[in-house]
Design a protein around this ligand. Structure first.
Ligand code: 3PG
Ligand code: CO
Length: 593
């Protein structure tokens, strides 16, 4: 085994407190009325941006203090210094989407899973989406242990496929489901039931209708070939099944009742009718929050409850929002909700969602083996870490950051703290979320002297951005900015270093645009809110009184991305980064000052 010890960094001292802020969903885009980050009052983040070049050219006697704290950084000095020494770059953009974070193509927007994986691991891994593509393309998926396992049920049982129905590419992709349907039927599945979760979050609201149409067409084709294939149940992803980090088990229960028990408040003869009617009947209905429904036959009987002897596949490749259902399907004992019935089934995940818990124990595609993350290196080198967020993003700065691994590397050195998220209140109703509470926990951790790295995720720009509510998103961004200030003030107080960055874009672009970038308007002049993430880069700002004189951003990495942050952090803790990491963003030169 390769050694874990890291060499000391010659020019960067150890034991400086490093505050790491991940602003979830905080991308960079030109000023625009639909750029909520631009519209919001964000003095702290604004101050972290470099002084525009134009300002330099118009004021030749102006310079920023080179080594000041973030407060002083903004002081434009007109003191008459004749030699402007060139301000160190402490704010830049890094890539947060596509191949830079291990996604199949550069048309794939970033997301929190791959973003935090890259930030924490310092290496770019082919991610779930890509691995599933490869396994389906090559047909290897049907030769694997997972498929062979569920296949044993095909003769006498039904194959159930449960997952998110869209082409968002964040948790799942409809084209992968289509291939799996075809492949499973070719490999012996005779009766198939799909349990859909409508999206409207990684894709436009309202698109569920088209996705259901597409799926029903495919299932009709299978029926022509003699396969008894139907959609059996459904519901909106945020209300049914796809909760995460155990925020609200009722979400999983609603799904369980429909998928397993065949019970739901709404019954329809087909999923297409369900989705259309549920949307039409309630003007406030949206794909993310559609109520659960089951599809019933002429006699009103559900067409596809899950029963003993069936096979089940959860076809999402991303873990966070499938782990809870995986537990419900797999664990003999579960006290989170009353399952009423616990069917004896053969269950496989598209991927294994948690390598530590080995959950689920059967899976169709092996997940990326994210190894030797920065968290593990730092723990081996005595760096004490504190990580915190509120429930809905807690696993992002712990589980995803640590390469999809639950728990501590070294419990003596690490402390992870979760602030309970409010449940049942839409994020646009409480756009401030727990930003300030998370920041205050971080502040206390920084001031305690007990930690070297204090890491948080501030969720507002993302979670509120996903609602498509512009006004609320603006309020959320303001709250996030206030949270950053609390943390930077604490860093200032202890003479530490801050790194403020983000995992992907979201709130900086909240409207559907045409190819030229203009918002698309309907005949009444209305625009369609963009609830999804974006392809935009994200900022990274580094500074604070503890930052060594002479530390600047390197100029030879114009294409750097999130994976370059881990080496940077390891440097800031006073160590050389492992050689196999993506290169550090900073350089440290001796500076006469
Ligand atoms: C979600 O799960 O909320 C979205 O699909 C993606 O958002 P995240 O990647 O920011 O968590
Ligand atoms: Co998001």
């Amino acid at each position: 085994e390769r050694p874990w010890g890291l060499a000391e960094h010659g020019r960067l001292g150890k034991r400086k407190v490093v505050g790491v802020v991940v602003l979830d969903g905080w991308g960079e885009a030109p000023p625009d009325p639909f750029n909520c980050i631009h519209v919001a009052d964000t003095p702290t983040l604004d101050a972290l941006k470099k002084v525009p070049a134009s300002l330099f050219s118009s004021l030749t006697l102006l310079h920023r203090f080179r080594f000041g704290s973030y407060m002083r950084m903004e002081i434009l000095c007109l003191c008459g210094c004749m030699a402007w020494q060139g301000a160190p770059e402490r704010w830049r953009l890094i890539k947060a989407h596509g191949t830079a974070v291990g996604l199949p193509t550069d048309d794939d927007m970033g997301n929190s899973e791959v973003g935090h994986n890259a930030l924490g691991a310092g290496q770019i891994y082919a991610q779930g989406a890509k691995l599933v593509d490869l396994a389906l393309d090559s047909g290897k998926i049907y030769e694997g242990e997972g498929f062979k396992y569920i296949q044993q049920s095909f003769d006498t049982g039904t194959l159930h496929l449960i997952g998110l129905l869209s082409d968002g590419g964040v948790h799942s992709r409809i084209d992968q489901l289509q291939l799996l349907l075809k492949g499973a039927s070719e490999h012996g599945a005779k009766r198939i039931r799909v349990h859909i979760l409508t999206d409207g979050r990684d894709v436009l609201d309202g698109s569920s209708v088209t996705f259901v149409e597409t799926l029903e067409n495919d299932l009709a084709k299978l029926q022509e070939k003699g396969v008894d294939a139907r959609i059996a149940s459904g519901g909106g992803r945020m209300y049914v099944t796809m909760d995460r980090y155990e925020n609200d088990w009722q979400v999983v229960k609603r799904g369980w009742d429909a998928q397993v028990l065949g019970e739901a408040p709404h019954k329809f003869p087909s999923a297409l009718e369900a989705v259309k009617k549920l949307r039409d009947d309630d003007p406030k209905a949206n794909d993310q929050y559609l109520p659960p429904f089951v599809v019933v036959d002429e006699s009103g009987k559900p067409v596809g409850p899950i029963v003993d002897g069936d096979a089940v596949v959860t076809f999402n490749f991303r873990a966070d929002r499938m782990v809870m259902l995986a537990k419900a399907l797999e664990y003999e004992d579960l006290d989170k909700f009353d399952r009423v019935r616990f069917p004896r089934i053969r269950y496989a995940g598209m991927l294994q969602y948690d390598g530590e818990l080995k959950l689920p124990s059967h899976y169709l595609v092996a997940p990326p083996e994210i190894e030797r993350t920065s968290g593990e290196y730092l723990a081996h080198n005595g760096v004490r870490t504190y990580a915190c967020s509120e429930t809905v993003k807690f696993g992002h700065v712990t589980f995803f950051w640590n390469g999809n691994r639950s728990g501590y590397f070294n419990p003596n050195l690490e402390r992870y703290e979760e602030i309970p998220s409010d449940t049942g209140i839409p994020f646009n109703v409480q756009p401030r979320m727990k930003a300030v509470e998370v920041a205050e926990k971080a502040r206390d951790a920084i001031l305690s002297g007990k930690f070297d790295q204090v890491r948080v995720n501030i969720p507002n720009a993302d979670m509120v951005g996903h609602t498509g509510d512009l006004e609320a998103t603006i309020a959320g961004c303001k709250a996030a900015d206030e949270a950053v200030k609390i943390i930077l003030d604490a860093i200032e107080q202890v003479g530490g270093i801050f790194v403020v960055t983000a995992d992907h874009g979201n709130a900086e672009d909240m409207v559907k645009r045409d190819k030229s970038g203009k918002p698309i308007r309907d005949k009444d002049g209305n625009v369609q809110p963009l609830t999804s993430h974006t392809l935009n880069p994200v900022p990274i700002a580094i500074g604070g009184p503890g930052l060594a004189p002479g530390a600047t951003f390197r100029e030879d990495l114009p294409d750097a991305g999130l994976a370059n942050v881990a080496a940077t952090l390891i440097n800031l803790h006073g160590f050389e980064a492992p050689r196999h990491y993506e290169p550090t963003l900073i350089q440290v030169s001796p500076v006469p000052f």
